[in-house]
Ligand binder design. Structure first.
Ligand code: XMP
Length: 304
């Protein structure tokens, strides 16, 4: 704990030394950017403008949670839902989808940075991010791509030497809510990579509701490393005596140490059945629910 406390004090001092004008940070609601925002706020107060871009691909209740948690800061909430949906229209290829989300993210962020006349960029890059982006397995759209386009006086990365579990320790010490400090990994492009094929408003709403049910049923009881719902496509079903074509929802629950490999969890049948009946009952457009048994490798954790 002493180590964490002294890390906090040292990084606040360092941010104070490094930042002398308006600074921005892209706040995603994840533990890294949240910790960074709190440290920077303690260091430079009103000079910090956290930017939260609502892509429309966030989980249920996430935007409100962020507004509540960071209400004491100059939080800029940008509603870009329509722009993101338009940017993804007609795109089915997973990598093109990721690219489109990443590019739109940078565009919206840049616009806001200009409006705020930001001179400093604060980023929640952690040590493994550097290794991963060098590996180039998948085009992660973390804001690591921003500095090449924008002209900042300086880029400040207070967490660059920390591992994830150390960031979580700092989050706890900073009294961030446990929904943030213990949060599961969530991909940058959000729910858009949990919809196989084209993203539409209807699919986003269905996957968001299904995902909330999966989290409610599994998170606290089974502590999966990651769990979520995804939409695979359409299949036939019978609802209220009518033959329908509804969404096929996949449930994913994995144990893992670092996300590089993963095992699907052996969940009790009654729990899986309850999730299935809740999703098909509470989300009218879903006709079928399946459980993904795949490990990583050969599968990945996300579907795209
Ligand atoms: P995969 O699907 O490659 O995912 O097995 C491994 C871990 O990385 C997360 N993930 C992402 N995280 N931006 C992120 O910050 C992304 O674009 C992204 N894509 C996947 C995934 O949720 C899992 O924890």
């Amino acid at each position: 704990m002493v180590k964490v406390d002294s890390f906090i004090l040292r990084s606040i001092e360092k941010i104070k030394e490094q930042v002398s004008g308006p600074a921005i940070i892209a706040l995603s609601g994840g533990v890294d950017s949240s910790v960074c925002a709190v440290l920077a706020h303690r260091a430079i107060g009103e000079l910090l403008f956290p930017i939260y871009i609502d892509t429309g691909f966030m989980r249920k209740g996430e935007t409100q949670r962020i507004k509540d948690t960071f209400s004491d800061m100059n939080l800029q909430v940008i509603d870009a839902k329509e722009r993101f949906l338009k940017a993804l229209k007609g795109i089915e290829d997973p990598e093109l989808k990721r690219k489109a989300v990443g590019e739109m993210f940078i565009r919206v962020f840049e616009e806001e940075a200009r409006l705020l006349k930001a001179e400093f960029l604060i980023q929640g890059t952690i040590y493994p991010d550097r290794i991963e982006s060098e590996g180039g397995i998948k085009s992660h759209h973390n804001v690591g791509g921003l500095p090449s386009v924008m002209d900042f006086r300086s880029i400040v990365e207070p967490l660059e030497d920390l591992y994830k579990d150390e960031v979580r320790e700092v989050a706890r010490a900073l009294d961030l809510p446990c929904e943030i400090s213990e949060r599961m990994p969530f991909p940058g492009p959000g729910l858009s990579v949990r919809i196989v094929g084209e993203v539409t408003q209807e699919k986003i709403e269905a996957v968001r509701e299904a995902n909330a049910i999966v989290e409610e049923e599994l998170l606290e009881r089974f502590h999966p490393w990651q769990t979520f719902a995804a939409i695979l496509g359409k299949g036939t079903g019978v609802k209220d005596g009518q033959r329908v074509h509804g969404w096929i929802v996949a449930i994913r629950a994995v144990s893992s140490r670092d996300g590089m490999t993963a095992e699907s969890m052996e969940l009790p049948w009654d729990v899986l059945k309850r999730i299935e009946s809740r999703i098909t009952g509470e989300v009218p457009s879903v006709a079928r629910v399946v459980y993904d048994l795949s490990s990583k490798p050969p599968a990945t954790i996300e579907f795209e």
